[in-house]
Design a protein around this ligand. Structure first.
Ligand SMILES: Nc1ncnc2c1ncn2[C@@H]1O[C@H](COP(=O)(O)OP(=O)(O)OP(=O)(O)O)[C@@H](O)[C@H]1O
Ligand SMILES: [Mg+2]
Length: 329
């Protein structure tokens, strides 16, 4: 019996989904490397519904109802957990995980490959094909996460068109055709450009966008942030958890608001909420107002000067003074 993983719907609406995990064939030439790239499950990860959705679309793919593969791109603001979701999905399905950033700098030869000169051992040189990042990942079972899709240059995108549509392959200049294997999945992440600028990003090229199923990843709500915080820091006291969650939700609501005069320009990412503020609370555990100190030094120091007032407005509305310390019990 092959191993399986069970995915349950956190909203309890859908039925649990059981999926067979993938297997990396030990006869593959890069078996050891590939096995090393299977991520470990994160014990602090809380499924806000994305894993279940990913499992649901995986089930559709396996059922064979559609013959053109469905590639999912997660679109959401910075630090909403897009990459983490994909990494955890790979961990549960035991797929080697390749995260390939498509920044504006990256050229298609880095992704696809190029001819390189090597010493031939007799004082001369010979030229040999060397796989690029994407080609290498496609040689075996893999979950490819092409991150920052909308930062990629047009030339890079065109090189990927064939891989992503019905053709399902990349033609190398060597004449070889590298096909999308049945145990390889392609995903992507991107930031939305409609609301705010992310340096180096642009609106996704229409023909490229049409090759993806695009899912929005929204900011987590209060309950979800509380769940993530208490799961990760089981001795962090409740008043701190609830106040941090409210601050984050208010800042992010203000970020998405339509009123340009009062809205904040930088959202509060999960990195701020789950990593930096808790570290600040630990550092200032003995301070008179630990949360305020953490806010000053781990939140305000991260935002643009013009945003300070907006963040202050949220702080005053939510907290005025932080809960009584020490934060950890
Ligand atoms: N569901 C979750 N449960 C627990 N922690 C999470 C969850 N999702 C994300 N995190 C944490 O939040 C942080 C940000 O996640 P991640 O890097 O995936 O964001 P992102 O959306 O890819 O951001 P960016 O757009 O800036 O690249 C990470 O430290 C991650 O561990
Ligand atoms: Mg990311």
């Amino acid at each position: 019996m092959p191993d399986t993983t069970m995915f349950t719907d956190p909203t309890e609406e859908g039925k649990p989904i059981e999926l067979e995990v993938f297997e990396v064939d030990s006869k593959l030439p890069d078996y050891e490397q590939r096995r090393e790239k299977i991520p470990e499950p994160d014990p602090h990860y809380v499924d806000l519904g994305m894993l279940y959705r990913l499992a649901a679309i995986e089930q559709v793919r396996r059922s064979g109802v559609v013959d053109t593969p469905l590639h999912v791109a997660l679109r959401g603001h910075m630090g909403t957990g897009k990459d983490h979701d994909l990494e955890q999905f790979a961990a549960l399905l035991r797929l080697p995980y390749y995260r390939i950033p498509l920044t504006g700098e990256v050229r298609d030869i880095t992704l696809i490959g190029s001819v390189k000169l090597h010493g031939d051992g007799k004082g001369g040189t010979e030229s040999r094909w060397e796989d690029g990042d994407i080609t290498r990942a496609l040689r075996g079972p893999a979950l490819l996460n092409m991150s920052e899709l909308n930062a990629a240059g047009a030339e890079t995108l065109f090189a990927l068109h064939g891989l992503l549509d019905r053709y399902q392959a990349i033609d190398l200049p060597t004449g070889e055709t590298v096909r999308l294997r049945s145990d390889t999945r392609v995903f992507g992440t991107l930031n939305p450009t409609d609301l705010r600028d992310y340096a180096g990003t642009q609106t996704l090229n229409k023909a490229f966008a049409d090759r993806w199923v695009i899912w929005e990843k929204v900011f987590p709500n209060t309950d979800q942030i509380e769940a993530m915080l208490s799961h990760r820091y089981d001795n962090l006291k409740t008043p701190f958890i609830t106040t941090i969650a409210r601050l984050a939700v208010e800042v992010n609501e203000s970020f998405t608001s339509s009123d340009a005069r009062t809205r904040v320009g930088t959202p509060m990412s999960l990195r701020t909420v789950l990593d930096r503020i808790p570290a600040g609370l630990w550092m200032y555990a003995e301070a008179e107002d630990p949360l305020r100190r953490a806010w000053d030094e781990f939140v305000l120091s991260h935002i643009d000067p013009f945003d300070q007032d907006h963040y202050e407005t949220v702080w005053s509305a939510v907290a005025r003074t932080g809960p009584e310390g020490p934060p950890y019990g």
